[in-house]
Design a binder for this molecule. Structure first.
Ligand code: SAM
Length: 280
């Protein structure tokens, strides 16, 4: 028998991924969670039918959501991740020796528990002594903190269910207050090709919360909605398109996607994205 996961992008576009084994499936308090093995992409975490991460291509997303902000800040010590219950972003953050503490606020404890069990490639980083896992709603968490973080990374799922609030201007204003002077926020902000209006509205919301502007950059994440994926940065100081090291310096940690050259290049946007954001 053949088993296929059908990810529904829109009424007119479905993506099929062959599944070799369903390792776990449950309905948590917040979402439908599946961990499956696939011959093409390795093990995958699927929430509400949407692929969150695959062992084969997760490095692109996790390196690009973590290292751009962390390499733009002159000395990132305190980091907050909202969402990110698979652990891939923590794994990248703790590669930075300047980081003293990384708090991860994930709403669904079952995602953390299942990724610990089935996706050790990502979740082993939870055992780093600098990592502190908090089970709770990131929207509520940031309301209570002030000036506490150098970098905030919003590694959320798509804007449905509990993640809706992570795409709102009010939340970005709270993140602004949670950051220390010179701090940066980066959020995954979906596909400019698949959901252009969402990318435009989210960038505008970040720009209002972090005047004078939001910075959008792109990375290619093969399994996410047709490949091209956006991230939006709000900065209280540093220009996020400029890493603190010169381009020919050796990177102080191993990567498979991120390079200093690519860091700068990621901010060079295709014309259709410039138009979408009203930059031309
Ligand atoms: N890389 C992924 C992507 O873009 O598809 C997202 C990774 S991570 C698995 C997303 C996590 O955000 C989920 O585990 C989900 O439970 C969590 N999440 C959603 N809403 C949240 C909220 N309000 N506060 C904290 N975590 C939240």
């Amino acid at each position: 028998m053949e088993l296929w996961l059908r990810e529904i992008e829109s009424d007119d576009l479905h993506i099929g991924i062959r599944v070799s084994r369903v390792l776990h499936r449950e309905r948590s308090r917040y979402q439908d969670i599946a961990i499956v093995d696939t011959p093409g992409l390795g093990r995958m975490l699927v929430l509400d039918g949407i692929v969150q991460t695959t062992v084969k291509d997760e490095f692109a997303y996790h390196e690009m959501i973590a290292h751009v902000a962390l390499m733009s800040h002159p000395n990132p010590r305190r980091v907050l991740i909202i969402g990110g219950g698979d652990g891939g972003t923590v794994r990248e953050v703790v590669k930075h020796t300047s980081v003293e503490r990384v708090d991860l606020v994930e709403i669904d404890e079952r995602v953390v528990a299942l990724c610990r069990e089935y996706l050790p490639e990502l979740s082993a980083s939870f055992d780093d002594p600098r990592a502190n896992i908090i089970i709770g709603d990131g929207v509520e968490y940031v309301k209570k903190v002030q000036g506490q973080y150098d970098v905030v990374i919003v590694d959320s799922s798509d804007p449905i269910g509990p993640a809706v609030g992570l795409f709102r201007e009010e939340f970005y204003r709270d993140v602004y207050r949670a950051l220390d002077d010179g701090g940066l926020m980066v959020a995954q902000t979906e596909s400019p090709f698949g959901t252009p209006q969402l990318v435009r509205e989210t960038a505008a919301a970040v720009a209002r919360a972090f005047p004078p502007r939001a910075y959008v950059y792109l990375a290619t994440v093969p399994v996410y909605s047709l490949g091209e994926w956006s991230f939006t940065v709000g900065s209280k100081g540093p220009d996020p398109s400029q890493p603190r090291l010169p381009e020919d310096a050796p990177l102080p940690f191993p990567t498979r996607y991120y390079t200093l050259e690519l860091h700068r290049a990621a901010f060079a946007l295709p014309r259709y994205v410039q138009e979408l954001l009203g930059l031309v």
